[in-house]
Design a protein around this ligand. Sequence first.
Ligand code: XIL
Length: 509
Amino acid sequence: MLALTSIGTTTYRPHEELNSTMAATITRRRRGRAAAALTALTLAVTTGIALGATAAQAASTLGAAAEAQGRYFGAAVAASRLSDPVYTGILDREFSSVTAENEMKWDATEPSQGQFSYTRGDQILDHAVANGMDVRGHALLWHSQEPAWAQTMEGPALRQAMLNHVTQVATHYRGKVYAWDVVNEAFSDWPEGVRRDSNLQRTGNDWIEAAFRAARAADPGAKLCYNDYGTDGIGAKSNAVYAMVKDFKSRGVPIDCVGFQSHLTTLPSDYQANLQRFADLGVDVQITELDVAAGPQQAAIFGSVTKACLAVARCTGITVWGIRDSDSWRTGEDPLLFDDAGQPKAAYTAVLDALNGGSTPPPTIPGVDPSAWYVLLNRQSGKALDVYNRSTADKADVVQWTRNDGTQQQWRFEPSGGGYQLKSRLSGKVLDVLDWSTANGGDVVQFEDRDGENQQWTVTANGGYLTLVNRYSGKALEVQGGSTADGADVVQYDSWGGANQQWQLVKVG
Ligand code: XIL
């Protein structure tokens, strides 16, 4: 029996006791989520917002929804962004797993031969542990991002250096990562069906199995994965990986999982069938680096990938390769779930809906009671969202005005179509983007409740303030020009996180 290792209060058991490992992992995630709930409670109390009487039915975050399906939902994280509160706000709220985007790669962890550097990788690990998230190790060996010293090596010296690297890094992170990409991208694109030429490959065709054996010896508790791109559908490249995994399983080479990077533009029609055939070999499968180029199908592809994973019993989780579009390595392709301002995109809703097994009721806004009446105070001006001149007519303008708690300043958050409508207490009408405008500066008025998408708002809470993004236009509710004057117009504009786009709630009825 191998010794147990401990991190914090969580004990990890070696590979032979996988069920215990899984139980420990699940307990730890729950603890993380409970801590998050406590933070929301503290926030609500300190800002004077009453807690809602209704608890969330379906899960309202990616991590919680995935957990309810027995899966994790992860993101690639860059250590350099951990000081950005918008970034960590989304990370800590939505995700249950983390992959270091670059910080655990060979060039980062062994910049000079035999000199190991774990500072940045540990930073990501520590953040994950502190927030109840799991960590996927990425990647022990890869032809790319090899340190300069290794790039010039060949043959037995490189083989030895490479195995030492695997041993040292897997030992450092022993018991702390639940899976390792032991080998990344070892198969060729042209021609397909064969190994990629590299100095690693030239040390001998058995380099991959040697790496897996070294990793198992160093960290018997981690799931050991082979990870690649362009293997997302059935084809010559994925067939070659399939043959290798089958061979490894038949010869007892320690492999536990296969990662499908899924850097997508279109979705292969046999995506799910491909995952399933690998799972049928007796390995777990994971979506490891999901991102999808922006386009009319983006949300649908994200949704389909999620459904495919849920349909394969051994698909244990999904990781997206970054958080906001502006964090992505695919510059200009806007391939992620959150926009540059950190607002959830349609792709996010598609994933969450799929994880919830259909459509998702609107997320509970932390601290918001859907049966209460609120005054919404603009963060920039301190003034209240107000129906001008106490009008009860359709298309009456909505402006800001000094708070007086009149019924023309009172609003209720009513669930509608996966978002919320804001109903005026005075008129019974709802906040509406006039004429379905998608333009910056599009006017916001009140209009009869028609459950229109231009009347629905995605509400995100951040640091005690809410941002409201229109479901139809994707733009945020703001006081035009950041004005502080009475009567200043309330309009929609690109969400950029400005104080004039943030609203504080005061419960008045
Ligand atoms: C990418 C990172 O996102 C970039 O920051 C870095 O410059 C290059 O590597 N396949 C992988 C990932 O396995 O490690 C790559 O990450 C993207 C492709």
